[in-house]
Design a protein around this ligand. Structure first.
Ligand SMILES: Cc1cc2nc3c(=O)[nH]c(=O)nc-3n(C[C@H](O)[C@H](O)[C@H](O)COP(=O)(O)OP(=O)(O)OC[C@H]3O[C@@H](n4cnc5c(N)ncnc54)[C@H](O)[C@@H]3O)c2cc1C
Length: 496
């Protein structure tokens, strides 16, 4: 059965997809979004986020353009600093071990600010991330780690705003519509085969944008590409990103690209459900480990918790936790830093123990060798360079010396009750490998040429993130390339 033709079909219902649809709609009349999830679970991983978006800005004047609601009082009591294009570029280079595609990375960085302004024009609102990315020093908030803005209402707010903007602009959205394959011939891609309400239909279009997410919700693909043990990880976000959309492009000759054995994975509540829970959002994450230590089942520390700001380590430490016996760890803190723990430590659905002595604490750590854990904490305490002052806003150099695994910054002794510990396992966020695109977001074939009529953006694109990831880059990546993909697809479909 063949349905009426569209100018552009966008596959996916998250941030990248809606940015592509809104952008395509600027040139074309008939734009269709195919979202596999039912409406009440729609929005992909984007909906699960806190909405943090990494963006280059020269100073508070740039931020005022993004957030005209910033008050003089907020500006007076905040040091927003700057986050230059060079810093953003350097961060991406450093954390990906300089494997990130230089051309795509340059586009991501250089278009980040204008893309957020464009999103604003489509109805998305931004606010400063006071709660998570700024600490108060001498009465003033100071932002750190290059991450300063988030969308109003977090991920749900972002998806709502984009969906509303698209619907107001006349974009058609089909929910519970699973793209199955691409309609293609020697001239390129001409539409999508879709399963909707139990029926399979061929929907024809002049261009197709793929924005269907990674393969992290598919345990078989995780074990196949990420390696043994990854089938055991918990999925932080949507259950619908199973690699379908990557597969349908590979099936017609698209080139894979990037770090197929790599992913973004974090420390995540040990008893969290198999997939993300929209009622909890990202609050199962436990990101304050730089201020404490992590112990495994053998009672041992196994990673430098203070190697860098959490923005630059959290995305790779999930893998390290997965590699521990039993795939779990306990994060341990004492009274001195409890006030610094992020909001996510105070949710109901948390596996937490408290104690007034270290002896009592280690006995309460489920599945941990208590004697070894106590010795490890004592060894750690003795190794802390106490003469170096603690400062959570900078890499303070308060480290340990002489341990098999040293801690490089924020090494406080664990000696002031109450002590608290939180159990975490590995939560996978998204996969890094995906489709090869060029800077116009055209999908490239294994022969090295663009596939006519096919564009891609967001989590399912490979080549930008390797090994690790600077926090807040995923949404910006989806927005920048979603907007470009939508524009390229619309140019091909409806002319310049
Ligand atoms: C808990 C959590 C917190 C995060 N926090 C942040 C953050 O604060 N900042 C940040 O930058 N990044 C964050 N991320 C990463 C971020 O979510 C992703 O980088 C980004 O949302 C990817 O956007 P996307 O549009 O490419 O994919 P998604 O938003 O996942 O959208 C993919 C869409 O494709 C649909 N789909 C899948 N298969 C099909 C099919 N066959 N047919 C039709 N539709 C299909 C899905 O239903 C979904 O709607 C977080 C992720 C998680 C899980």
């Amino acid at each position: 059965m063949t349905e009426a033709a569209y100018d552009v079909i966008v596959v996916g219902g998250g941030n990248a997809a809606f940015c592509a649809a809104l952008s395509a709609r600027e040139r074309c009349e008939r734009v269709l979004v195919l979202e596999r999830a039912p409406e009440d679970e729609a929005g992909g991983n984007s909906r699960f986020t806190a909405g943090a978006m990494r963006v280059a800005y020269r100073g508070v004047e740039d931020l005022r353009k993004l957030m005209p609601d910033l008050t003089d009082d907020e500006i007076a009591r905040t040091d927003f600093g700057t986050y230059t294009e060079d810093q953003f570029f350097d961060d991406l280079g450093r954390v990906t071990q300089y494997r990130c595609d230089p051309d795509l990375t340059e586009v991501l960085v250089k278009r980040s600010f204008e893309t957020l302004l464009w999103m604003r024009s489509k109805g998305v609102r931004f606010v400063p991330i006071y709660g998570r990315q700024a600490f108060k020093v001498d009465g003033r908030f100071k932002f750190w780690g290059g991450l300063t803005v988030e969308t109003w209402g977090g991920g749900p707010g972002l998806v709502d705003a984009l969906t509303k903007g698209a619907c107001n602009a006349g974009v058609e959205v089909w929910y519970s519509a699973r793209a199955l394959s691409l309609l293609n011939d020697d001239d390129g891609v001409h539409g999508v085969r879709v399963r909707r309400a139990g029926r399979t239909v061929d929907v024809r279009a002049r261009s197709v944008v793929l924005a269907g997410g990674g393969f992290q919700a598919n345990p078989e693909w995780r074990a196949r590409y990420l390696g043994p043990g990854w089938d055991l990880a918990k999925v932080r976000g949507t259950r619908f990103n199973t690699g379908d959309v990557i597969r349908m492009a590979l099936d017609i000759g698209a080139s894979p690209a990037g770090n197929w054995s790599g992913c973004h994975a974090v420390g995540w509540e040990r008893n969290a459900p198999e997939f993300g829970d929209l009622a909890v959002g990202d609050a199962f994450q436990k990101h304050s480990y730089p201020f404490g230590i992590m112990l495994n089942a053998e009672g041992r520390r196994f990673v430098d918790e203070g190697a860098d700001f959490r923005n630059y380590t959290y995305a790779k430490y999930g893998r390290v936790i997965l590699a521990q016996p039993g795939q779990f760890a306990w994060q341990v803190f004492d009274k001195k830093v409890l006030h610094l723990l992020r909001d996510e430590y105070r949710i109901k659905q948390v596996t937490k123990v408290s104690a007034s002595t270290l002896e009592e604490l280690v006995r309460k750590l489920d599945d941990v060798n208590a004697g070894a854990a106590l010795e490890e904490i004592q060894r750690y305490n003795a190794a802390v360079r106490r003469e170096v002052p603690f400062n959570p806003n900078v890499k303070d150099g308060r480290c340990t010396t002489g341990l098999a695994v040293n801690k490089s910054n924020w090494a406080n002794t664990l000696d002031e009750p109450p002590f608290e510990a939180y159990a975490v396992t590995c939560g996978i966020t998204f996969t890094f490998g995906g489709l090869r695109i060029n800077t116009d977001a055209q999908v490239i074939s294994t022969d090295g040429d663009p596939i006519a009529g096919l564009y891609a953006a967001g989590e399912l694109v490979g080549g930008i993130f390797y090994f690790n990831y600077p926090g807040g880059s995923g949404l910006t990546n989806g927005a920048v390339f979603g907007r470009i993909a939508g524009a390229s697809a619309a140019r091909a479909a409806c002319g310049a």
